[in-house]
Write a protein that binds this ligand. Structure first.
Ligand code: CP
Ligand code: NVA
Length: 304
């Protein structure tokens, strides 16, 4: 199984491969809109394991696999043996013997790594506590569609040093941009990840200073899934870490802003930005569909 390709973080693909997936996603989006038949994978089955809630990820993977001619199967720990303690290793062996590709949304990143190590088919990380690489494919596609290449640009992250922030650190490396992270003390991304990427990534505590001249400003919820009990403490800690019109006035005049959604208007993002007529946030959400179709196509073709 060592030769099976997986997509657990952005580092599993080379920069050239990632850019090829984004180019393919843009092409597949145009084909889809033109009504082109994209059923290149009849009979292929995607197993979708969700240990956390989802709207965009579930809809985009299930719709995407159907559009590719295959079938997607929703598997919840609540009603599979995964929730009753069957080891990940055993589950991976069994599930991968029956499906062609697997997508997992779960808590610990080690769970997707263990699953992938024992899977005979490609495994896609659809969000862990540490990374959300599929969202980055959609975000990078959205930037390219609206502004062209992100290489050499400045990206500002405002908020928690969470799974999305850590995926942006990997993206800075793979897509070659400067990343400034504005997060309150105590909510930094992994120190190891910061150290490994110190040539491109810096912590700038003041959100307005971090946003100065930025080409892209990104945020996410203050309390991620699994941190619901910390909501109140985080509302205090993150006060002032909101993207809004005032913050965007410090960015480049052509700057875009993004949010992976779901969003909390009035917390990490103002209602005004969420509801602006020219926001790209809805394109960003839709692009999950196109980017993941390109990703699944790439992985299925590599698996032969
Ligand atoms: N952005 C994202 O992954 O959304 P869902 O949690 O709705 O899948
Ligand atoms: N950081 C958020 C992203 C949701 C798509 C979470 O993990 O809940």
């Amino acid at each position: 199984m060592a030769s099976t390709r997986h997509f657990l973080t952005l580092l599993d693909f080379s920069p050239a491969e990632l850019n090829a997936i984004i180019a393919r996603a843009i092409a597949m989006k145009a084909e889809h809109r033109a009504g082109t038949d994209q059923r290149s994978f009849p009979g292929k089955v995607l197993g979708m394991i969700f240990a956390k809630s989802s709207t965009r990820t579930r809809v985009s993977f299930e719709a995407g696999m159907t559009q590719l001619g295959g079938h997607a199967m929703f598997l919840s720990p609540n009603d599979t043996q995964l929730g009753r303690g069957e080891p990940i290793e055993d589950s991976a062996r069994v599930i991968s013997s029956m499906v062609d590709i697997v997508m997992i949304r779960t808590f610990g990143h080690d769970i997707v790594e263990t699953f992938a190590a024992h899977s005979s088919v490609p495994v896609i990380n659809a969000l862990t506590d540490d990374y959300h690489p599929c969202q980055l494919l959609a975000d990078m596609q959205t930037y390219v569609e609206h502004r062209g290449s992100i290489a050499g640009k400045v990206v500002t992250w405002v908020g928690d040093g969470n799974n999305m922030a850590q995926s942006y650190i990997n993206a800075a490396r793979q897509f070659d941009f400067e990343l400034r992270i504005a997060c309150p003390e105590g909510y930094d991304p992994s120190p190891d990840l910061l150290t490994a990427n110190r040539d491109r990534v810096s912590i700038v505590r003041d959100p307005l200073a971090a946003a100065a001249g930025a080409n892209l400003v990104v945020t996410d919820v203050w309390a991620s899934m699994g941190q619901e009990a910390e909501q109140q403490a985080r509302e205090t800690a993150f006060s002032g870490y909101q993207i809004n019109a005032e913050l965007m006035s410090h960015a480049d005049a052509d700057a875009l802003y993004m949010h992976c959604l779901p969003a909390h208007r009035g917390e990490e993002i103002s209602a005004e930005l969420m509801d602006a007529a020219d926001t790209v946030i809805w394109d960003e959400a839709e692009n999950r569909l196109h980017a993941q179709k390109a990703l699944m196509e790439t992985l299925l073709l590599a698996a032969g």
